[in-house]
Design a binder for this molecule. Structure first.
Ligand code: HEC
Length: 109
């Protein structure tokens, strides 16, 4: 009976010490950091239609990383996005997207 009381005392002491240590060694503090913006969106004149239609599945970087491409090739890529990957692009937006991609240096550099 006596040893039971002693053991209980040791366990309680260990728990209290452990709690105190955990409290001292893991202070919570706030950190601020900036998310990378870079290539995530299209920029420049006419970019709105591309931002509205082309960022659902991948970032703008997937597009701007391409070598300069002709209007015909960009049209083919936009149509591939629609046909193959089921990009929900309105028919009326296709020409504006192709114009933007083939004229804007930010998209066709
Ligand atoms: C429904 C999803 C979806 C949408 C919306 C979408 N894409 Fe894509 N896109 C993909 C997938 C999937 C790939 C292939 C990724 C891979 O191969 O790793 C891709 C790849 C690309 C590539 C890389 C070259 C290639 O032909 O694979 C370009 C350029 C591109 N997309 C342009 C566009 C443009 C411009 C738009 C807006 C009209 C657009 N995407 C919208 C899904 C989408």
């Amino acid at each position: 009976m006596r040893s039971y009381v002693q053991i209980t005392g040791i366990v309680v002491t260990a728990l209290l010490t452990g709690t105190a240590l955990a409290h001292d060694s893991a202070p919570l503090k706030s950190e601020n950091f900036d998310l990378p913006v870079g290539d995530r969106q299209f920029t420049g004149p006419g970019s709105e239609v591309a931002n509205n239609n082309c960022l659902t599945c991948h970032s703008a970087g997937m597009v701007t990383v391409q070598a300069p491409l002709s209007k015909e090739v960009w049209e083919g890529i936009v149509k591939k996005m629609i046909k193959v990957y089921k990009a929900p692009v309105a028919d009326g937006d296709v020409a504006a997207i192709v114009d933007y991609l083939s004229n804007n240096p930010a998209a066709s550099k």
